[in-house]
Design a protein around this ligand. Structure first.
Ligand code: SAH
Ligand code: SF4
Ligand code: F3S
Length: 438
């Protein structure tokens, strides 16, 4: 038997890229590749890239530069670029970095085996189509090997919202939903392999329409899978939080009390300029309804500071919105101009102003996150255990609210769900004591 070829995949960007990297690995396993976590051992290196901000995209080229000596040492090594930079820049990547052999966009992963064969023949392989066929149907079925207790599952991809700053509608294409029966069967398959928690992924996951009942309908269907214990979903758009999905937070025990609902800005003027199609008030009303359905829900958000035209007063509106909401988790970014987006045509806010606003916003969000986490001390949570902690006999997992929790306890296995009383809070995790026997 010939020795298997080795594949090294490095993943940047969002959770969907994590999911895609797994699926690409599976597609290439069919071609005789096994995974390696050492680039220097690889026969094929794939960078699964992100184009969301300038820094993310530039990382790809510096990483490629680092692979040059490997390519010189091993002329048979093939290097591929996948993901959103591949989609956005296509052949440009090969022009700028000729040692790249293969460029594949997010909608063409099922064609990887052909592209790899082409690269092996010494030709440049490029595919950034948005093909008609469903890539998921053409990707190899997930192998039956056991796996950890949590998994991502893409149910919706692409975006029709066209926020003025964002590249996603261009890199991922139009909104497409996978049929509910396929999602449910993939979920069953994951559960058979040991998965207990599934996070449903979509760029606008709550615009999902692969089930008559929308995302709520899909969640109800998944909740019927006995051994599936937890369901999460991300990322949602405020305008697609329909009544059924809001109600599901009160009805479905397996749906975890955590909602990532980006708002980007608290200023109506800026929200309009961003083409978000909702006001700050409308966003707050959605949260009010979610909290009525599930009072303990932890709210997470995304923010952009320094969007073109943002004044001090606009920024103050963002600060007051944050003050009003009280976020348990948040991600905030300086606006980064992206070629081809409408906002890229507008005058930028000065870099030092962006820096100062980001600092100010992050200080407030940091305080809120800290307070939310610290308030867990003394409370009882349910933890899905994932893996041993750093100390002997320690196990780590996540609470319903996605806080990392550690306990000392013999005999806890990954995949176990146990009640834990929180006793301590530290910089980025909670510690607690087991309450239940099982
Ligand atoms: N589909 C999701 C996620 C989009 S990307 C959504 O609609 O929210 C994740 C986050 O990156 C966005 O929520 C936004 O806060 C940030 N982002 C997107 N484009 C950006 C840009 N050009 N500059 C800075 N941050 C950006
Ligand atoms: Fe980007 Fe807006 Fe679509 Fe989110 S909703 S992916 S921010 S265009
Ligand atoms: Fe980045 Fe593409 Fe995800 S741009 S955030 S990898 S959808």
């Amino acid at each position: 038997m010939s020795t298997p070829k080795k594949l090294f995949i490095k993943t940047y960007g969002c959770q969907m890229n994590v999911y895609d990297s797994e699926r690409m690995g599976e597609a290439l396993a069919g071609e005789g590749y096994v995974a390696t976590d050492r680039a220097e051992h690889a026969d094929l290196i794939l960078l699964n890239t992100c184009h969301i901000r300038e820094k993310a995209a530039e990382k790809v080229y510096s990483e490629l530069g680092r692979f040059r000596p490997l390519k010189e040492a091993n002329p048979n090594l093939k290097i591929g670029v996948a993901g959103c930079v591949a989609q956005a820049e296509g052949a440009e990547i090969i022009a700028r970095q000729p040692m790249v052999d293969l460029v594949v966009g997010p909608q063409s992963y099922h064609r990887l085996p052909e592209l790899e064969a082409k690269a092996q023949r010494g030709e440049k392989a490029l595919d950034t189509d948005f093909p008609e066929e469903d890539k998921f149907e053409h990707l190899a079925k997930r192998p039956k090997a056991g796996r950890g207790p949590t998994a991502f599952l893409t149910v919706q991809e692409g975006c029709d919202k066209f926020c003025a700053f964002c590249v996603v509608p261009y890199t991922r294409g139009a909104e497409v939903s996978r049929p509910a029966d396929r999602v449910v069967s993939e979920a069953r398959d994951l559960v058979e392999r040991g998965v207990r928690e599934i996070t449903l992924l979509g760029q606008n996951v709550n615009a999902y329409h692969g089930h008559d009942g929308g995302l709520a309908g899909l969640i109800h269907a998944l909740a019927d899978i006995d051994e599936l214990k937890r369901i999460r979903f991300t990322t949602s758009h405020p305008n697609d939080m329909d009544d059924a999905l809001i109600a599901a937070h009160g009805e479905v025990d397996k749906l975890m009390p955590y909602l990532h609902l980006p708002v980007q800005s608290g200023s109506d003027r800026i929200l309009k300029a961003m083409n978000r199609k909702h006001t700050a008030e409308e966003y707050l009303r959605v949260l009010e309804r979610i909290r009525a359905a599930r009072p303990d829900i932890l709210i997470s958000g995304d923010f952009i500071v320094g969007f073109p035209g943002e004044t001090d007063a606009d920024f103050e509106d963002t600060m007051s919105l944050v003050g009003e909401v009280g976020y348990g988790q948040a991600y905030s970014f300086k606006y980064s101009s992206r070629p081809g987006t409408p906002a890229a045509e507008r005058d930028e806010v000065a870099e030092d102003v962006k820096d100062a606003r980001l600092q100010c916003l992050q200080a407030l969000l940091g305080q809120q996150q800290r307070a939310t986490q610290d308030a867990m001390v003394g409370r009882d949570v349910r933890v899905l255990f994932e893996k041993p902690g750093r100390l002997d006999g320690q196990m780590g997992g996540k609470s319903e609210y996605l806080h990392a929790v550690h306990v000392m306890g013999e005999g806890i296995q990954p995949g176990d769900l146990r009640d834990v009383r929180i006793t301590e809070t530290s910089s980025n995790s909670l510690a607690g004591e087991l309450l239940s026997a099982g």
